[in-house]
Write a protein that binds this ligand. Structure first.
Ligand SMILES: C[S@@+](CC[C@H](N)C(=O)[O-])C[C@H]1O[C@@H](n2cnc3c(N)ncnc32)[C@H](O)[C@@H]1O
Length: 344
C-alpha cells in the first residue's frame, strides 16, 4: 500500500449533522439527481467547461495529483523554507493574506480563543502566521499529506503546542462543525478535485465560521501559462469564487496579493496570488449542500504506474523551475527600472 492509499484507508470520518445535501452544479445551479460528475484526473469542472467552450487544449498539470505532490515534496521539503518563501510567499504577504481571516478578533475582544485548522500547512509557514495573529498554539491544527514537510514543522519552536498530523485536504478526519476558522495557503494547486477540498472546508467549519484560502492565480502571458499549466493548477479568480459559492459559502470575497517587487504585475500568474474568504452561515449547520459522490481515486480501477508517476514528477518539477526564475527576473526588473515605471 502506498502512502496515500494507507492514509485514505486510515481515515474514518464521523459526520455529524447532515444538513440536507442536494446535488448542485458549479455556480450553485441544481444539476438534477445523482452525484455530480467528477472531474477527470487533474481537471476541475469549471476549467474543463471553460476550456471546452474556448476551444483550448487541456493543460497537463503534471503535479496536480496526490502521489506526484507527495513525491514532489519528498525533495522540496529539504529546501522549502529557503527557496519558496523568499520568492513567492513573504511574511508581509502572509500578513496581508491572513488579514481577511480575522484571526485576531477573538484575542482582541477577549472572547474565547478560536479553533483553527491549517490544511496543507506544510513546514508551518502559514501556521506560524496564525499563531502570531494571536491564536493559542493549542487551538491550532496543522494537516498535510507530506510527512517530510511536517517533520520540518515539528521542529519549529513557534509551533510548539500545535496539533500536527498527516491528512488529506479532500478527506479530513475531523467531525462536521469543529473549527472557527479554516485556513489553507498554497495547497489547492495540488488537489485533484479542488471543489471537494472546499466542500470539506465548509463541512469542518462551525456555523458562522470563516474559510480563508490563499492560492495561485492563472497567468495570461503565453509562456508562463504553458509552464503553469504543465506544472499544476493555477485557477482563475472566477473559479475560486464559483467553487466557494457552490460549496455553500456566503459573503465570498477575493483579495489580490503578491510580492512587493512585482509592482502589481500579474501576467505571469502568482503562486500566492489571492486570498479568498467565505462564511459558513449561522443557519448552515452540517455539511455543504454540494454533493460530490465518491472520491475520484476510490473510483479509479487503473492506477498510474511508478514510471508514469516518476515522469510526471520530473517533467512537472522542470516546469515548476520556471516559477523559481520568474520572481528573480521580476526582482531584477524592479531593481533596474525606475520606481515610476508601472509593470503590466
Ligand atoms: C506550497 S506548500 C504550502 C505550505 C504552507 N501552507 C505554507 O504556507 O508555506 C503546499 C503544501 O500542500 C500539501 N498538500 C498537497 N496536496 C495535499 C492534500 N491533498 N492534502 C493535504 N496537503 C496537501 C503539500 O504536501 C505541501 O506541504
Amino acid at each position: 500500500m502506498n502512502p496515500i492509499e494507507s492514509m485514505a484507508s486510515a481515515t474514518t470520518r464521523a459526520r455529524v449533522g447532515g444538513g440536507g445535501r442536494v446535488p448542485v452544479g458549479i455556480g450553485g445551479r441544481v444539476r438534477g439527481r445523482g452525484p455530480l460528475a467528477l472531474p477527470s484526473r487533474g481537471r476541475s469542472n469549471v476549467r474543463t467547461a471553460r476550456s471546452a467552450a474556448a476551444g483550448e487544449t487541456a493543460p497537463f498539470r503534471l503535479i496536480q495529483h496526490k502521489h506526484e505532490a507527495w513525491w514532489f515534496y519528498r525533495y522540496l521539503s529539504q529546501v522549502y523554507d529557503h527557496v519558496v518563501n523568499p520568492g513567492h510567499w513573504t511574511k508581509d504577504m502572509r500578513e496581508d493574506a491572513l488579514e481577511p481571516a480575522l484571526l485576531h478578533v477573538a484575542h482582541k475582544r477577549r472572547l474565547s480563543p478560536l479553533k483553527v485548522i491549517d490544511v496543507g500547512g506544510g513546514t508551518g509557514f502559514s501556521t506560524t502566521g496564525i499563531v502570531e495573529a494571536g491564536v493559542p498554539a493549542e487551538n491550532v491544527t496543522l494537516v498535510d499529506q507530506s510527512p517530510h514537510q511536517l517533520e520540518k514543522a515539528r521542529k519549529k519552536p513557534q509551533l510548539k503546542g500545535c496539533t500536527i498530523e498527516e491528512g488529506d485536504a479532500e478527506n479530513l478526519r475531523f467531525e462536521t462543525n469543529t473549527f472557527d476558522r479554516y485556513v489553507s495557503c498554497g495547497s489547492i494547486e495540488y488537489w485533484p478535485d479542488p471543489q471537494r477540498g472546499i466542500v470539506e472546508a465548509f463541512r469542518v467549519l462551525k456555523p458562522g465560521g470563516l474559510a480563508c484560502m490563499v492560492g495561485p492565480v492563472h497567468p495570461t502571458h503565453c509562456l508562463s501559462r504553458f509552464m503553469a499549466d504543465a506544472w499544476m493548477l493555477f485557477p482563475t479568480e472566477q473559479e475560486y469564487l464559483d467553487w466557494f459559492r457552490a460549496a455553500g459559502f456566503t459573503s465570498v470575497k477575493l483579495k489580490r496579493i503578491g510580492p512587493k517587487w512585482y509592482r502589481g504585475c500579474r501576467k505571469h500568474g502568482l503562486i500566492m496570488g489571492c486570498s479568498v474568504t467565505g462564511v459558513k452561515g449561522l443557519s448552515a449547520e452540517g455539511e455543504s449542500p454540494l454533493e460530490l459522490g465518491e472520491m475520484a481515486e476510490n473510483r479509479q480501477t487503473k492506477k498510474a504506474g511508478w514510471f508514469t508517476t516518476l515522469l510526471r514528477v520530473i517533467l512537472g518539477s522542470l516546469a515548476g523551475f520556471y516559477y523559481f526564475v520568474i520572481p528573480v527576473y521580476m526582482w531584477l526588473k524592479n531593481l533596474v527600472l525606475p520606481k515610476s515605471v508601472k509593470f503590466t
